[in-house]
Design a protein around this ligand. Structure first.
Ligand code: IMP
Ligand code: MG
Length: 175
């Protein structure tokens, strides 16, 4: 049996998402932004964040494979789905559930920077700072968390638990 323990309750997530959206709204006042969600983990964060951003906003999505079904990073990142539109001259905000080693976002950043966007920012709901191996920092970060495996609010373990409204630590006997 998997054991779940609430790390960040839904009310705290909602308050933080509102705060991040207000910062983005202020930082890009009078401009348009493209939110690029990293499938599938970022979908719930993107949906909540987007509805609080008071700017001309569009969405795009990108998908990469890195984790598989294990809790360990394979060390390899592969593009599964590219963005649908060119990001040339756009204000791009990459929306991600969690920054861990930084391998995934380093790969996506170089891919998107080749489009020559006007501006490129990273919004990460969670940051496992102690796990970072790549020199990459989020511009907008929700919560710094310890090195524990978390699920919920979009984050999965073997595709499960994405629908949990709170962010929970997963203590699995199968881990
Ligand atoms: P990174 O490339 O090591 O930064 O890993 C980033 C990706 O790993 C995220 O997009 C998540 O999909 C996944 N990931 C890292 N830590 C966790 C976790 O604690 N729970 C669920 N997924 C995680
Ligand atoms: Mg994932």
């Amino acid at each position: 049996m998997d054991k779940l323990r609430i790390l960040i309750p839904r009310e705290q997530i909602a308050a933080k998402v509102a705060e991040l959206a207000a910062r983005i709204t202020a930082d890009f006042a009078g401009e348009s932004v493209v939110l690029i969600g990293v499938l599938k983990g970022a979908t719930i964060f993107l949906a909540d964040l987007a509805r609080q951003i008071q700017l001309d906003t569009t969405f795009d999505f990108i998908a990469v494979a890195s984790y598989g079904n294990a809790k360990q990073h394979s060390g390899e990142v592969r593009l599964v789905k590219d963005v649908d539109h060119s990001m040339e001259g756009k204000n791009v905000i990459l929306v991600e559930d969690i920054l861990d080693t930084g391998l995934t976002l380093t790969y996506i950043r170089s891919l998107l920077q080749a489009h020559q966007p006007k501006c490129f920012k990273i919004a990460a709901l969670l940051d496992k700072v102690s796990r970072r191996t790549e020199p990459i920092q989020p511009d907008y970060v929700g919560f710094e968390i310890p090195d524990e495996f978390v699920v919920g609010y979009g984050l999965d373990f073997a595709e499960r638990y994405r629908n949990l409204p709170d962010i929970c630590v997963l203590d699995s006997e199968r881990a």
